[in-house]
Design a protein around this ligand. Structure first.
Ligand code: NDP
Length: 397
């Protein structure tokens, strides 16, 4: 059906490569390119069968990307490098006539600031070029938006309250490690909390609002309101929503380490001079922390991510909980990566599959909830992320 180019050979890139290789009837040809080509080669060798061509690119450089696209002529690029590269890759897509998909919204390097405005600004240009850009197609953002769209399509006349609940009950055996890129992860979880209420954004201190929530097959876990990017698009695309929040579980050990990292200045994103060299503390920290891609071997337990929704159907109040539980061990056995990379990489592959099969194809820039959720939900069940529904239970929220 089409040729895919994956950019980024980290934990998520590795899962995407495994999953596209498992679906040869959709992905005729696969190219994996990243800053460090040896990492692409190692992933291609692990998958075997000469299925994957590898290449090198600095995705901060539009000219290098355009040359890469000219060499391989992909139909769609799956961007699983870092959020810093979103705009350069979108620019190159417009020049070379390539469709685009990512899993995280653009962030400037010098400011931990999450908003879609930079990427939504490409809407007219993608439309004029007849190209599709699919934004935020991991798990959250990604499946969280598709769950919401599915709930709106099949179960509710109006959604009023949306709570996205993200629990990682896994144990990797390390005192402190992040589950995806440490720089991006620490920037995300140390920012102020923010949620949507009655048409406004309410800002809180970091981790100020928290309570135990009960996760299927896991039990109660302390969960914290943090800001997450899909809240911006979901409240725009589902205007009946009165309140939207994002909850994430953190262990006490994790929070203590995080507090120390912040207090001693290691989470700083500005440059400091050290022995005559300029370094950014959080980038140095990434170099000494465990590589998230290597956590899989000893990772036990499950993730559980879902949407808890309250609204009305035919005049009656209804509650709905839709979720997936993913085992770190099973993810590792299948792809050599832990559950957080797996839950991100599988939806990215499905999004590209939706595009290539013509089900999610329209010119412009779209968040995932703007497409038909049904074929995507069907693929989740087939591709390793089955979902479950509960109706009219106590949502605890
Ligand atoms: P990693 O840090 O493990 O991997 C990032 C990869 O991108 C590395 O291979 C890195 O290369 C490569 N890269 C970085 N900069 C460049 C560049 N300038 N040019 C080319 N390649 C580059 O991150 P993850 O795999 O954990 O995460 C990937 C993405 O997935 C991130 O954007 C993250 O925010 C997103 N994500 C989304 C989630 C969701 O549910 N929506 C959840 C988790 C992650 P090198 O190896 O040389 O450093």
């Amino acid at each position: 059906m089409g040729k895919v180019l994956i950019i980024g050979a980290g934990g998520v890139g590795s899962v995407v490569a495994h999953k596209v290789a498992q679906n040869p009837e959709v992905f005729d040809e696969i190219v994996l390119a990243s800053r460090t080509k040896s990492k692409c080669d190692a992933i291609a060798a692990a998958i075997g069968g000469n299925r994957i061509t590898t290449d090198q690119v600095d995705a901060d450089q539009v000219e290098e990307l355009v040359a890469l696209f000219a060499r391989h002529k992909p139909d769609i690029v799956i961007n699983v490098a870092l959020p810093y590269q979103d705009l350069t890759i979108m620019d190159a897509c417009l020049i070379a006539g390539v469709n685009y998909l990512d899993t995280a919204n653009y962030e400037p390097r010098d400011e931990a600031h999450f908003e879609y405005s930079w990427q939504w600004a490409y809407q007219e240009r993608f439309k004029q070029a007849g190209l599709t850009a699919i934004l935020g197609c991991g798990f959250d953002p990604g499946v969280s938006g598709i769950y919401t769209a599915y709930a709106a399509k099949h179960h509710f006349d109006e959604i009023h309250y949306l709570d996205i609940v993200d629990c990682n009950a896994g144990d990797h055996g390390k005192a402190f490690a992040t589950n995806f890129n440490p720089e991006i992860n620490i920037r995300e979880v140390t920012q102020k909390g923010k949620y949507y209420k009655d048409g406004q954004w309410v800002v809180t201190e970091p981790h100020e609002i928290h309570k135990p929530l009960t996760y299927p097959n896991i039990g109660p876990r302390e969960s914290y309101v943090i800001y997450h990017e899909e809240l911006e698009s979901l409240t725009k695309n589902f205007p009946t929503i009165k309140q939207a929040r994002f909850w994430m579980t953190f262990g006490q050990e994790y929070l203590t380490h995080l507090r120390v990292i912040q207090n001693i200045g290691m989470a700083r994103i500005d440059e400091v001079e050290y022995n005559g060299v300029k370094i950014v503390p959080i980038q140095f920290l990434k170099a000494v922390l465990p590589d998230p891609g290597d956590l899989g071997k000893n990772y036990h337990g499950e993730t559980s991510i879902g949407c808890r929704i309250r609204g009305i159907k035919e005049g009656k109040e209804l509650t709905y909980y839709v979720y997936n539980n993913c085992s770190h061990e099973a993810a590792f056995k299948e792809t050599g990566a832990q559950g957080v990379s797996y839950t991100t990489g599988v939806p990215a592959m499905i999004g590209a599959m939706m595009f290539l099969s013509g089900k999610w194809k329209k010119p412009g820039v779209f968040n995932v909830e703007e497409f038909d959720p049904d074929p995507f939900m069907a693929e989740l069940n087939k591709q390793g992320l089955p979902w479950h529904e509960e109706f009219n239970k106590d949502l605890e929220l």
